[in-house]
Design a binder for this molecule. Sequence first.
Ligand SMILES: Cc1ncc(COP(=O)(O)O)c(C=O)c1O
Length: 362
Amino acid sequence: MTKELKDWFVPWLMSAREYNTSILDHAWAHPENARLMLNENPIPPSEKIVQAVADAVRKGNRYPDSMKGLRERIGKMYDLGPDNVALCNGSSETIDAMMRLFLKPGDEIIMSDPTFGLFPPRAELCGAKVVQIPVREGDLQYDVEGMLKAINEKTKLILIINPNNPTGVYIDDDDLIRFCETGIPLCIDEAYGAYTPDKPSKAPLINKYPQVFLSVTWSKAHGFAGLRFGFVLGTEEMINAFNTMFLPWNVSLMSAAAAEAIMDNPEEIEAKVRHNNRWMDIFYKELKQLGLNPYPAHGNYMLVDATMSGKSTSEILDAALAQKIYLKRIGEIHGKTGYFRVTPGLDEENERFVKFIKEYFG
Ligand SMILES: Cc1ncc(COP(=O)(O)O)c(C=O)c1O
C-alpha cells in the first residue's frame, strides 16, 4: 500500500496552528497603505548602517566566525560576558530553538492568551501542548495565579513577554520572581525593552536562576526587522545549548555589521524611540478622547478596546483599510470583539490614523 505524502509528515505538522504572514505580501504590494499593523519601526536605517552593511557585503564570500567582539559588546550592556550571549537571526529563531530545546511530544508550555502569535505554532510543531491562560479581565495583566496553577509534571517551559504583546503591560517584579522560583525553564522575552530605557532588563536574574533565559530582538526600537538580528542571554550552559540548536552561521556578516554600527550610534536608537513614544502619547490621548479604551502600552504598539463602539474588529479593520491604513487584527478577548492594535508609523501615516479614528468613532 502506498502512503500519501501527508502520511509521511510528523502528525503534529498538520495540527499545529499557522502563523499567517500573508498580510506582508499585501503590504509590500501596496506601499500606499500605512503599515500600522506590524510592530516594525517605520524609520529606515541611517546611512551609517547602510554603509556598514555595504562594507560587509564585500566580505560576503567568507563564512562568519563566532563574532566574539560583538558578543562581548552586547554582554557588557547587560554586565555579562561573551559566553552569556548567543547571537541569532532575529528572535523568531530563538522562539523556534527554545521549543526544540525543551519540548518533546506530550510536554507542555505555559503562556498567556493573547500572546505573540508565533509562540504557539512553534511549540505545536514539536508535538507539545500549548497551555494558554487568559490575561485578567480589565487590566489585561498576566493571570499569575492561573498560570502557576497550570503547572504540572509535563510543564517544561514557561513564557513571559515583558512587556507583553499585544497587551503592552509589564509583569510585576514580584510575580516574575514567582515564576523564576518554580525552577522550570523560563523565557523572558524583552523584544520591546528598549522603548522604556528607565526600566532595567531582567538579565541579572540569570545569575540566580540558571533555568531563566532572555530573548532580545533588535527588530523593534533598533529597526532591524528586515535585517534580522537578535540574541539570547543566559548562563554559559544555557548559551551552549542554544548554540547547539542554532545553525552555525545563522547571523550573516551584514546583520552583524548593522548591529555594530547601531551600537556605535546610540543616538539613532534614541531618536527612533523618541518618535515612537511621542506618537504613542498622541494616540493614547486621541483614542481616550473618543471614548475608546487604549491600554497604557510600553512598546511600539497599543492595544485598543473599541468594544463599546459596537463595531466588530473586522468592521474596524475594513474601514481603516478603506483609508489606506492597516491595523492589527486582535481576536476576541473574554468573548468580546472590537479590539485592534496599532503601531506608530511615519508622521503623515500617524496623522492619517488620527483623522480616521476621529471620523469613524467620533
Ligand atoms: C514578543 C515578541 N518576540 C519576538 C518577536 C519576533 O521578533 P524578530 O523580528 O526578532 O523575529 C516579536 C515580533 O513581533 C514579538 O512581538
